[in-house]
Design a protein around this ligand. Structure first.
Ligand SMILES: [Zn+2]
Length: 342
């Protein structure tokens, strides 16, 4: 039946209609609902039908009329509330608003590189709390009660008695891991640490460390030296030399500081290495038996080595950053110089 088909076609048109603006909506309204519009035309035609045909078509005609009316009402609402959905907003050929890609912070780049090097040697990564108790930050690490690091000028105390501090090194994680893990233990501990220092180009009240620990049967100083040589050559250059100088730390015995051959002059001597050919990069040593015992590890069966380095220090050597404060000032001119990979 011709009239039924006509209604179907108009209904499809109503359903797919969208108005760009109030003007096109008004044109649509007149075309469908106006005095000479489609619906008036159809109702006129309806009058000429037989009563059988009227029963058939009447309901459809009402569906079309309601659909057209609803379409006009809802689009009117949209225009009034200002939520115009213009077709141009859905234009997929429009140029993209480019978001500038960020870069990784230099300290993150270096930390990730350190983690990658030691994971190739089988070290896992552990983290621990930055707010720490006296036992894990000092006592278990063999710090004598009168050690100067416990004084207010070095440490940020959250409270006294019991002592709760902002950790002064990541060694607290070594203790926590040894307390809860049976050897063999081979792990590194990256994290942020705090010292009560006046802020200058060479000192800051917070900085970052990576410490490492290996505890097993028959771990020797030779293992330590070989591990650190591998690290230095992976981190800097395959020709890098290391040297160990005797030192003292409460938690290692014997203890040493490690220098690498200056990576700027290759060891010949320059302003950067103060014409010595060497630059200091970390502290290390064999874990003091008392520290192992503090953590419930039998020091007659097990031995271990530990080392610790400042990430800022390694970053300075790699990128020659002159002022420590630049790491925390968020100056884009500085940060943008570092690649985003890694
Ligand atoms: Zn040099």
């Amino acid at each position: 039946m011709v009239m039924k088909e006509k209604i179907d076609r108009l209904l499809a048109e109503v359903q797919s209609f969208n108005a760009e603006n109030a003007e096109t909506l008004e044109q649509f309204r007149i075309r469908f609902l106006g005095r000479k519009g489609h619906l008036q035309e159809l109702f006129d035609e309806f009058k000429t039908l037989s009563s059988d045909q009227k029963r058939d078509v009447g309901q459809l005609l009402n569906v079309l009329k309601n659909a057209a009316q609803e379409k006009v009402n809802s689009l009117n609402e949209t225009f009034k509330s200002g939520k115009t959905v213009s077709l141009s907003e859905n234009d997929l050929t429009r140029p993209v608003n480019f978001l500038e890609a960020g870069t990784r912070h230099p300290l993150s780049l270096v930390r990730n590189e350190i983690i990658r090097i030691f994971s190739r040697l089988g070290f896992s990564v552990n983290e621990g709390p930055e707010i720490e108790d006296d036992w894990h930050n000092f006592t278990a690490l063999n710090f004598a009660p009168e050690h100067p690091a416990r004084e207010m000028q070095d440490t940020f105390f959250i409270e006294k008695n019991p002592d709760i501090v902002l950790r002064t090194h990541t060694s607290n994680v070594q203790i926590r891991v040894m307390e809860t893990t049976k050897p063999p233990i081979r792990a590194i501990f990256p994290g942020r640490v705090y010292r009560n220092e006046a802020i200058s180009a060479r000192a800051h009240c917070f900085f970052h460390q990576v410490e490492g620990l290996y505890v097993d049967k028959n771990v020797s100083f030779a293992d330590l030296k070989q591990t650190l040589l591998y690290f230095a050559r992976e981190m800097f250059d395959a020709s890098t030399q290391i040297r160990l100088r005797p030192s003292y730390f409460p938690f290692t015995e014997p203890s040493a500081e490690m220098d690498i051959s200056c990576n700027l002059c290759g060891g010949k001597g320059c302003g950067f290495c103060k014409y010595t050919g060497w630059v200091e990069i970390l502290g290390c040593g064999m874990v003091d038996p008392a520290v192992l015992e503090n953590c419930g590890i039998d020091s007659k069966v097990y031995s271990g080595y530990a080392f610790g380095m400042g990430i800022e220090r390694i970053t300075n050597l790699k990128y020659q950053v002159k002022d420590l404060r630049m790491f925390s000032e968020n100056d884009l001119r500085f940060l943008k110089q570092f690649e985003s990979a890694g």
